[in-house]
Design a protein around this ligand. Structure first.
Ligand SMILES: NC(=O)C1=CN([C@@H]2O[C@H](COP(=O)(O)OP(=O)(O)OC[C@H]3O[C@@H](n4cnc5c(N)ncnc54)[C@H](O)[C@@H]3O)[C@@H](O)[C@H]2O)C=CC1
Ligand SMILES: O=C(O)[C@H]1O[C@H](OP(=O)(O)OP(=O)(O)OC[C@H]2O[C@@H](n3ccc(=O)[nH]c3=O)[C@H](O)[C@@H]2O)[C@H](O)[C@@H](O)[C@@H]1O
Length: 435
């Protein structure tokens, strides 16, 4: 199949690369010229395991190329995937500016019949809107079909998830579009859920909202466990063994971040508002998550009422491990609050530091390894559970810090190990270890 993908962010790039790996002929279009030039050289602008290898292999094989030119990109293609961003608007709803612009640009450059496939996460009803928008701006009398194909990949394991996902969802009110998409995706050998347009759009929001709910739920249990002397690790393990609950997504911590859960939970609440339907469960999920992000700073303030002049190391800046993405990362709020209180803040992240520099305060001191970041500090705060941080020996905090007090926002260490290490160790939903 000849395919064009609009947008080379996480989703567009991974989709384009993986479809080319299946043997499809793929062109990716982006408005960002620098990105397109970099990609044509085989360099990935994002950090994702396995992506660069597949990118280079398929460019060399002649299956994959990148352009800013819609006319060239769309020429002779049978399918156009839309994978541009749908960020959070000011009122919490999904901002469709990029979707609208891409749709108009497709219409103004399209010269043959095409199936439009929406990969971006869009409010229910948007696919119909996209089709109408393209139709009303067409320069040639061509035939359009539309399908929704929401994306479920996780950052940090995007390529793996694409080839090993639990399901592929395709929604359309057109049987031929469903069949064509089923064929395009056949090479992934994954279960395919076929449904109508609106249900497919809703599956995406409902899935993200449910996962976010699971996280806020376990965080609420963690906060209570801490107050009544229970250990959330044991509670989650005991709950998760019940197959009806499942053990995934029960890691308590400082809340969910990233480019999707925060915006998608707010967007679905806004979808409800549009039809006068309140969503009290999701309102609470969002509210608890907002509070959870600040919980580690509250713990520091309880223990050290005045941190002015104290040296603090922050380990992990990305919103989760294995990505350099800083969108909605808890490190934004935490470093801001620490600096506000007058602390001297050292930071370390294995890959997100460069991105962090353009987002976080210039007053932070960046280090290229954990030992240098914690040397001479009074407090260490862990915000991202990178493997390297989880495997960093506990004895080292005692050796390099002035006073070894560690606040672990991701429960990286076993409580039993922490209690043997001679540290003062605070974590989430577990008893504090005193020296
Ligand atoms: N990031 C993720 O892990 C996931 C994201 N999604 C959804 O996928 C969509 C895309 O997300 P990301 O890839 O993270 O977005 P992103 O913001 O990283 O990238 C969007 C890309 O689209 C390009 N773009 C914007 N307007 C354009 C236009 N008119 N023509 C051509 N290119 C244009 C931008 O230059 C950028 O490269 C969103 O709706 C998101 O909710 C869904 C699942 C996972
Ligand atoms: O729509 C999207 O964009 C994507 O959103 C999430 O993927 P992602 O944001 O990349 O990362 P996750 O691994 O889901 O983690 C999201 C946040 O939840 C937090 N989290 C996750 C799991 C957990 O048990 N506890 C927890 O606090 C993570 O630290 C992170 O901040 C979903 O997992 C993907 O299926 C979906 O496609």
């Amino acid at each position: 199949m000849n395919i064009v993908v609009i947008g080379t962010g996480y989703v567009g790039l991974v989709t384009g690369v993986c479809l080319s790996e299946l043997g499809h002929n793929v062109t990716c279009i982006d408005i960002d010229e620098d990105k397109v030039n970099t990609l044509n050289k085989g360099i990935s602008p994002i950090y994702e395991e396995g992506l660069t290898e597949l990118l280079q292999k398929n460019i060399e094989a002649g299956n994959l190329d990148f352009t800013t030119d819609y006319k060239k990109g769309l020429k002779g293609k049978q399918m156009v995937y839309i994978a541009v961003g749908t960020p959070q608007g000011e009122d919490g709803s999904a901002d469709l500016t990029y979707i609208n612009k891409a749709s108009k640009d497709i219409a103004l450059n399209l010269e043959n019949d095409i199936i439009i496939v929406t990969k971006s996460t869009v409010p229910v009803g948007t696919n119909e809107h996209i089709k109408e928008l393209i139709k009303s701006n067409l320069i040639k009398n061509v035939h359009l079909k539309i399908a929704s194909n929401p994306e479920f990949l996780r950052q940090g394991s995007a390529v793996y998830d694409t080839f090993n996902g639990d399901r592929i969802v395709i929604g359309s009110d057109d049987e031929e579009a469903l069949e064509a998409l089923e064929k395009v995706n056949a090479g992934f050998h994954l279960p395919i859920v076929k449904t109508d347009l609106r249900s497919a759009e809703m599956i995406k929001y409902a899935s993200n909202a449910f996962l976010a709910t699971k996280i806020s739920f376990i965080n609420e249990m963690a906060n209570l466990s801490e107050k009544i002397g229970a250990n959330i690790d044991h509670v989650a393990a005991g709950m998760g063994m019940d197959k009806r609950i499942g053990n995934a997504f029960l890691n308590a911590g400082i809340g969910y971040g990233g480019s999707c859960f925060p915006k998608d939970t707010r967007a679905i609440i806004s979808i409800g508002k549009n039809v006068n339907y309140d969503m009290p469960i999701l309102e609470s999920v969002v509210d608890l998550n907002d509070r959870q992000r600040g919980i580690i700073v509250d713990k520091v303030a309880d223990r050290f009422p005045d941190i002015k002049g104290k040296k603090v190391a922050v380990l992990g800046l990305a919103f989760k491990p294995n990505t350099d993405d800083m969108r909605e990362a808890p490190s934004i709020l935490v470093t801001e609050k620490l600096l506000e209180e007058g602390a001297v803040v050292n930071v370390y992240d294995p890959v997100a530091s460069e991105n962090a520099k353009s987002i976080l305060s210039d007053e932070l001191n960046y280090y290229s390894n954990i030992v240098d970041a914690i040397k001479g500090t009074d407090i260490t705060i862990i915000l991202t559970e990178w493997k390297e941080i989880k495997e960093f020996p506990l004895e080292n905090y005692k050796e390099y810090m002035v006073e070894p007090v560690v606040f672990d926002g991701r429960n990286c260490y076993e409580l039993e190990d922490a209690s043997k290490s001679g540290l003062e160790y605070h974590s989430i939903g577990r008893p504090t270890i005193k020296r």
